[in-house]
Design a protein. Structure first.
Length: 350
């Protein structure tokens, strides 16, 4: 990626765009997963938003879905102390089997009525406790190694009920594209979103989740465009394809080792962000209508490793990933904001 000086016309065009909002999965930042360490790193990087996933509040690392009321209250106090707000609840909703079939995987099956009553309700409770308007989720596992397309209708039925349940509480359900799930590429994500047809269901684009399926930059761009109409949220992760890897159609998520910063991977973020410039005002209006402050670009870089339910970058890795994203946004002339001295003055009441 060769950067060139921006022309006066492109600078004026950038000034007319709404800024994207930078955020991060906070557990990517902390060696110990301690909430204080997570929040200190994010604040030092200049971020004002985060998504909680795994947190060490009182000495034990727990998923956000497992925190008790006292722990949630402590997280809320600390996020206020560090000047942070929640972008989305980083829940694992939808990462369960669609069918009760032994397919050789370790994925669990939960009867859907029970899942809706317990897991979905818990995620909504987390959102209320931490002041969030959005929950990140997924599109269910079809039997491993099979074609996902025959399972779209059942997934649509379940996702519709989840989105409806979230809508009753004013919550957006953000559906993430990811390998091995029914919504594993842009075309399938678009089909799911179109058939669910709920205004509070938006799609999450994640370049690394697509390129890790051996899609090159142009293929990633095509998958981005396929789901573009339904987008509302971006996870920033990238991957460098291993040409020696024999593609079987199934990603072994625990063996993925080639995650890289977003400006040097195979997802083609420069191409995608150039395309995003054109649709950003429309997506921004959609998200604000749903009660969000704008369009989130959320760091989830996995620079020191990643798997099925999370990843890790460390304080240094998250800093590298953040600067990489900022370079890309500067290059394509998309505005963004980091904390400034004025934010500090306001926090101190000056």
């Amino acid at each position: 990626m060769t950067q060139r000086p921006a022309s006066p016309a492109s600078t004026r065009a950038a000034a007319s765009l709404p800024p994207v909002i930078l955020s991060a999965f906070s557990d990517e930042a902390a060696n110990s997963k301690s909430v204080v360490e997570q929040f200190a790193v994010l604040a030092a990087l200049g971020l004002q938003y985060y998504s909680p996933r795994f947190l060490n509040v009182t000495g034990e690392v727990k998923n956000i879905m497992k925190l008790d009321k006292a722990e949630l209250k402590q997280v809320r106090k600390l996020q206020d102390d560090y000047g942070l707000s929640v972008a989305s609840i980083g829940s694992p909703l939808g990462k369960v089997k669609l069918l009760d079939i032994d397919d050789g995987s370790h994925n669990r099956f939960v009867p859907f009525d029970k899942y809706l009553k317990e897991d979905v309700a818990t995620a909504i409770d987390r959102a209320h406790a931490l002041g969030a308007k959005m929950i990140r989720g997924f599109s269910f596992y079809h039997p491993r190694g099979t074609d996902p397309k025959p399972h779209v209708a059942k997934a649509v039925d379940q996702l519709s009920k989840m989105a409806e349940r979230c809508a009753r509480d004013g919550i957006v359900y953000a559906l993430e594209v990811e390998a091995n799930l029914i919504g594993q590429n842009g075309q399938l994500m678009a089909e799911l979103a179109r058939k669910v047809n709920e205004s509070n269901l938006v799609c999450i684009f994640d370049g690394g989740n697509i390129s890790s399926q051996n899609y090159d930059a142009l293929a990633c761009l095509a998958e981005y465009r396929a789901m573009q109409k339904h987008l509302g949220y971006f996870h920033i992760k990238d991957y460098r394809i291993d040409p020696s890897l024999e593609w079987t159609g199934v990603v072994d998520e625990e063996r993925l080792k080639n995650f890289v910063p977003a400006d040097i991977g195979d997802s083609g973020h420069d191409l995608i962000f150039k395309d995003l410039r054109e649709s950003l005002p429309t997506i921004d209006r959609k998200m604000k209508k749903l009660g969000l402050p704008g369009v989130f670009l959320e760091l989830e870089p996995h620079l020191k490793g990643g798997g099925q339910f999370g990843g890790f970058s460390g304080p240094d890795g998250l800093g590298v990933a953040c600067r990489s994203l900022c370079r890309l946004l500067d290059y394509v002339q998309i505005p963004y904001e980091l904390r400034t001295f004025e934010h500090i003055r306001q926090a101190r009441g000056f």
